[in-house]
Design a protein around this ligand. Structure first.
Ligand code: NDP
Length: 253
């Protein structure tokens, strides 16, 4: 394995993703939207998954204006999706593309910044469900399609509080630790039996709605934009990271 691989140094080549099919969850806003646009610009056929159809349609239209391969929209609320919904998503991808080459688990709920002692149980469960359980289930349903790719990448999204817990970050922090665990469990299971690699990225501080919700008094203008941080995502979702699996990476810093 290449231990010098650093996705922050990646310079995406034009058409690096030509012929690749990549799904992005939470593709309607923030980091997901920016990565989806960069993937399309690099030639990928992007599958935009999210819960707010209007936002997905706007990203779909932006991709159209780039002259990039047409994207598809998958409306799915990860909080409410049931087995039949996941089955339908997998069947639609199978029918349209026949395989999947990349899967970015980006959608997440922040929940609230509250002491564990007072954290509301239903909210804790919602955050764990969207951030962890839904990512696990979606991966499970899409694995047969990922295995049909000659070179597939699954990328989970962590956070600074997924590597080191911090007071008051509650379910969000716990959920990101769980995704770190899921990466460490799944990567070696697939390493010797498939062409599917599994890694996790910590984006760092990024100027998005979620960051604003967590730090309402922060000057957003001091933060990097999602658009400025897409290269490491492309590195980990595409051919540049072939052979790299089970690792945690930083998008900045
Ligand atoms: P945003 O809030 O902008 O984006 C989150 C996305 O997740 C939205 O598109 C949202 O959809 C989607 N989403 C939330 N709940 C559901 C659901 N139930 N079903 C489907 N989609 C859902 O935040 P960011 O872009 O900042 O976050 C992207 C990722 O990066 C997250 O995993 C986050 O934890 C992580 N991260 C971000 C940091 C930052 O500084 N911004 C720092 C560390 C990690 P909708 O728009 O419809 O609500």
């Amino acid at each position: 394995m290449n231990t010098n691989f650093d996705p922050r140094r990646h310079a995406p080549a034009p058409q690096e993703f030509a012929g690749r099919v990549v799904m992005v969850t939470g593709a309607g806003s923030g980091i997901g939207r920016a990565v989806a646009l960069s993937l399309a610009q690099a030639g990928a056929q992007v599958i935009l998954l999210g819960r707010t159809v209007k936002k997905l349609e706007a990203v779909h239209a932006e991709i159209g204006k780039l002259g990039a391969p047409e994207a598809s929209i998958v409306p799915l609320d990860l909080e409410k999706a049931l087995a039949a919904d996941y089955e339908a998503v997998a069947a639609a991808i199978e029918q349209r593309y026949g395989r999947l080459d990349g899967l970015l688990h980006n959608a997440a709920l922040l929940g609230t910044l509250t002491p564990i002692e007072q954290y509301e149980v239903p909210l804790f469960m919602r955050v764990m469900h969207v951030n962890v359980t839904a990512a696990f289930v979606l991966t499970q349903y899409l694995l047969p399609l990922l295995k049909k790719s000659g070179d597939a990448a699954v990328l989970f999204t962590s956070s600074g509080v997924g590597a080191r817990g911090r007071a008051y970050w509650g379910a969000y922090s716990v959920s990101k630790f769980a995704l770190e665990g899921l990466t460490q469990v799944l990567a070696p299971e697939l390493e010797s039996t498939s062409n599917v690699r599994v890694n996790i990225i910590d984006p760092g501080k990024v100027r998005t709605a979620m960051r604003r919700a967590a730090y309402p008094s922060e000057d957003q203008q001091t933060l990097p934009t999602p658009e400025s941080l897409t290269a490491p995502y492309l590195a980990l979702l595409g051919p540049a990271s072939k052979g790299i699996t089970g690792q945690r990476f930083l998008a900045q810093g």
